[in-house]
Design a protein around this ligand. Sequence first.
Ligand code: HEC
Length: 235
Amino acid sequence: MKFLLKVPMWLVWAMLLFSCDSGDIYPKKYENNEGITVSTTFVFENLDAFPNDYPLIFGAFGDDKQSVPLASVRIMKPKNQEPVKVSIDNLTSEATSVMLCLTDLGRQPVFSLFETSITVADDSIVIPESKVYLASYNRIQNLVFEQYTCVSCHQGVGAGNLTLTADKSYNDLVNKVSSINTAKNRVTPFDINNSFLLDILKDENIVPAQPHTGFVTRNDDIVLLEEWIKNGCER
Ligand code: HEC
């Protein structure tokens, strides 16, 4: 590192100056594919579980789907269940897939709701319309039980005799009597008032020995659990 400090500032400026004298306005990678657009239409089901804390984007990705998209558009909550048209312009051949995904605030994907691979050639790409179910169990498994590391305590013979790993969680929750409040099920389909899972996450007085109210930090994820239960606990 030290030798870098000895490079005089005038040399740094000179290098910067001469390195951008090609006259190109656009980055080279856009030259061949300029104007290629990918578009599609989504119909969102279960709009109450539309994310607010996580930006929802339609993005084009290269081989690394964990990193920020090459290009993306943000999707805002529609007023009703009308189809939402989305498109991304100026795709480059680096793009190998598109995803509809919830992201963190740094635009990195945290959960994908729709995904398909694409090949950027000469023509624009039109992907057929798809339905997007927002209150899926898969989203709960990923964004609640795994993201908030519930599984660190609730695995094997889990804490409270509850296992929240992907292979067991559904069967351990739905229509199973709570071991703490035997008057309620852990989760009762269509009945948020008879679902102890919500009580323990929302009411700090419920298990003073092991308070659960601090675990889920985004309201979106509580709403997701509620909507999933209200809609009958689809698997
Ligand atoms: C630090 C360890 C720990 C973490 C992390 C944790 N739990 Fe628990 N959980 C426990 C313990 C211990 C109990 C049993 C408490 C008791 O019996 O008094 C329990 C009980 C429960 C129960 C009640 C089970 C029943 O039969 O009534 C539910 C539901 C639950 N946890 C869900 C979760 C969810 C969802 C998360 C993540 C958001 C989570 N837990 C994270 C330790 C943990």
